[in-house]
Write a protein that binds this ligand. Structure first.
Ligand code: PLP
Length: 403
């Protein structure tokens, strides 16, 4: 006897996820991985739920049950990320900060000690300085380029944290050295590779335990998605994945899909931006209104040797900072006079943008802290885009002529 279906039942029970059973038998599959906007999965019996809860996959068959705990789009994009970095596994998050905070909380406990560079992303700094302290985890800030991390290690040091190209002075740490010190103390080394990307540097090669990303920046690359990612060993990723589920810091399906699409052009974008950035850095270096340029690709950079030793040979990245002779009034004039380059408080989109570290990314630092790092009131940070660099040079030339 057939069950009569009412309109309501038909609208609910046709064309839903069970259609995928037909797709699995189809002679063809979609060329591009589709977006799976499904918050949960159908079980045809009770037994599969045990396998899924214990995360036992047979022959790589995925075990999906509930979106937050794992889903096809997150897995697809994580696979691309892990491959690019040469890591065993990857994981994606709702933002860069979700990736950073969730991963750190997965590996520290009250009473632990962390060593972090003070030259890091503003909110990461705040997380170490204020939030982790609230949970009984103390952080010592050690400048990797002027101080020796080994001098600050304690028996309870469980994590060392830095960035490959550190914001905004573009300093480059010696990753192999940091790994050796961390591992000799049974500590982990986490490196935020957002400014470099795997195209410029592959920290996994140097024994770094976890590589972290704000996918909002180069990985996304079009100023239209917010996301985060980490890559590392299967074991560490599994541990972090538990906390991702617990805190609910997962990336949505649409954002995962957008991120996967963006990654297809990451090598092209980063190489072109790097080439452009070197030309722009050299232009500023000889400009009479410039006091100092921070870019690891310049011969004058204190970080050039570290970059040459550890980078992949695809240039030095698309980020540079420039200290002009002058203060806020001059920078304001510069911003108003630029015709192509816009003031946007993010980085790594397709177009060249600038920001003002003393009032944007580093606004919470006091005058002494700013001076200690080398940030002046005449500093701008530039994210170099994919334009023809001649146009950008002309734009800066005309704007600086009026300053
Ligand atoms: C932007 C950024 C973050 C934070 O990422 P969100 O996606 O904004 O949460 C962390 N580290 C670095 C180096 C960044 O540039």
């Amino acid at each position: 006897m057939s069950i009569q279906k009412s309109d309501a039942t038909k609208y609910i029970h046709t064309g839903n996820g069970e259609f995928c059973y037909k797709m699995n038998k189809s002679l063809t599959v979609p060329e591009t991985f589709p977006i799976y906007l499904s918050s949960a999965y159908i079980f045809n019996a009770i037994e599969p739920i045990d396998k899924i809860c214990e995360d036992v996959s047979e022959d790589g068959i995925p075990t999906y049950g509930y979106f937050r705990l794992g889903n096809p789009n997150a897995d697809a994009v994580s696979e691309i990320l892990a491959a690019g970095d040469g890591a065993e596994k990857g994981l994606v998050f709702a933002s860069g900060m979700a990736a950073i905070t969730t991963s750190i909380l997965a590996v520290v406990k009250p009473g632990d000690h962390i060593i972090a560079s003070p030259i890091i992303y503003g909110e990461t700094y705040a997380f170490f300085k204020h939030e982790l302290r609230r949970w009984g985890v103390e952080t010592t800030f050690v400048d990797f380029s002027t101080q020796d991390v080994a001098d600050y290690i304690r028996p309870n040091t469980t994590l060392i944290y830095g960035e490959t190209i550190a914001n905004p002075m573009m300093s480059v740490p010696n990753m192999e050295y940091l790994t050796n010190i961390a591992h000799a103390n049974n500590a982990l080394l986490f490196i935020d590779n957002t400014f470099a990307t795997s195209i410029i540097a592959k920290p996994i090669k140097y024994g770094v335990d976890l590589v972290l990303y704000s996918a909002t920046k180069y990985l996304g690359g079009h100023d239209d998605l917010v996301g985060g990612a980490v890559v590392g060993s299967k074991e560490l990723i599994k541990k972090i994945s538990y906390y991702l589920g617990l805190y609910g810091s997962n990336l949505g399906a649409t954002e995962s899909w957008l991120l996967a699409r963006s990654l297809r052009t990451l090598p092209l974008r980063v190489k072109k931006m790097s080439d452009n950035a070197l030309i722009l850095a050299k232009f500023f270096e000889t400009h009479p209104k410039v006091e100092k340029v921070y870019y690891p690709g310049l011969e004058s950079s204190l970080n050039k040797a570290a970059a040459d030793n550890q980078f992949e040979g695809n240039g030095y990245g698309g980020m540079l900072s420039v200290n002009f002779n002058g203060g806020m009034a001059e920078i304001n004039k510069l911003i108003k006079n630029l015709k192509i380059v816009r003031f946007v408080p993010t980085l790594a989109g397709v177009g060249t943008t600038l920001t003002y570290p003393p009032r944007a990314s580093h606004r919470d630092l006091n005058k002494e802290e700013l001076t200690a790092i080398g940030i002046t009131m005449g500093q701008i940070r530039i994210s170099v885009g994919l334009e023809e660099i001649e146009d950008i040079l002309k734009d800066f030339e005309q704007a600086l002529a009026k300053f």
